[in-house]
Design a protein around this ligand. Structure first.
Ligand SMILES: NC(=O)c1ccc[n+]([C@@H]2O[C@H](COP(=O)([O-])OP(=O)(O)OC[C@H]3O[C@@H](n4cnc5c(N)ncnc54)[C@H](OP(=O)(O)O)[C@@H]3O)[C@@H](O)[C@H]2O)c1
Length: 257
């Protein structure tokens, strides 16, 4: 299937590394103009992308990004709210402070809420647009000792996505969630390195520990591009009747169908 996104303007938050980078590259290959954000500029040259430096945990950043996009292109067709991370220290409820909870909700939930709020007036006036929230299988299957704050924040993102899709369906805007499993990205490598250091085990052993806990029938981590392919389909006209759905791209890890 050839997906054409010519004349589409897309925003990919956290589009400089990992899953966001793969999505940005895929959308650009499909013909979209792609705006990417991150706190630091991409290490490799991001030729062909419009980079905006931003920290999504700063509430004002959403308005600044929206203004730059609309001033430059006059429209927005696709929002991929991808920036996120499991920032909690692990160890269970008693190790978690209000600050840990706030940090994970700011980055993994409120950043998307604010970005959408800043750009939705334009999508509504166009009577068209697609929003994808990059969530995680850990929202449904939390690991109490590793992902408590992160899982709760992404679960909030999922519920918000459903409510938003119900609200915006009649305005020509679709909202879906894509939930990766274990993806080989800089974030995942850093997560495994932390587990290895904390438990005094090798990186290889940490990887085995996580994949056993998550139980992946396909028996391997995914590549970021394997998430990007689904996202490109979901934002394309091929998926015009799909909204309010959460897709798991996780090698079969999600325990029910
Ligand atoms: N990797 C996995 O196995 C996995 C599994 C399930 C879900 N996910 C989800 O997939 C998404 C992407 O994860 P990833 O593994 O690709 O992460 P990654 O490799 O760490 O990349 C994260 C991207 O987001 C940017 N970013 C991080 N914090 C930011 C902030 N406060 N403001 C602006 N940009 C920020 C990073 O750039 P800077 O550091 O320069 O800001 C980078 O471009 C996240 O929402 C994550 O929860 C990942």
């Amino acid at each position: 299937m050839t997906i054409s996104l010519a004349k589409h303007v897309a925003l990919v938050t956290g589009g400089t590394k990992g899953i966001g980078k793969a999505i940005a590259e895929k959308l650009r290959k499909c013909g979209a103009k792609v705006v990417i954000t991150a706190r630091s500029a991409p290490e490799e040259t991001a030729e062909g992308f419009h980079f905006i430096a931003a920290d999504h945990t700063v509430p004002e950043s959403a308005g600044d990004i929206a203004r730059e996009i609309i001033d430059t292109y006059g429209r927005i067709d696709i929002i991929i709210n991808n920036a996120g991370a499991n920032q909690g220290p692990g160890g269970g409820y008693n190790t978690l402070s209000d600050e840990h909870w706030q940090r994970d909700f700011d980055l993994n939930f409120l950043s998307a809420v604010r970005m959408n709020k800043a750009l939705l007036p334009v999508m509504i006036s166009q009577h068209s647009g697609v929003i994808i929230h990059i969530s995680t299988g850990a929202a449904d299957k939390p690991l109490w000792d590793m992902t408590m704050t992160y899982s709760a924040a992404k679960a909030a993102l999922n519920t918000y996505s459903k409510a938003l899709s119900n609200e915006l369906g009649g305005k020509g805007i679709r909202v879906n969630v894509v939930s990766p499993g274990v993806v080989k990205t800089p974030l995942m490598i850093a997560f495994l390195e932390n587990i290895a250091a904390a438990s005094g085990i090798s990186l290889e052993e940490a990887f085995k520990m996580v994949t056993q806990k998550v139980d992946v029938p396909l028996g391997r981590m995914s590549e970021p591009e394997e998430v990007a392919g689904l996202v490109a389909f979901l934002v394309s006209p091929e998926a015009n009747y799909i909204t309010g759905v959460n897709y798991h791209v996780d090698g079969g890890a999600y325990p029910i169908i």
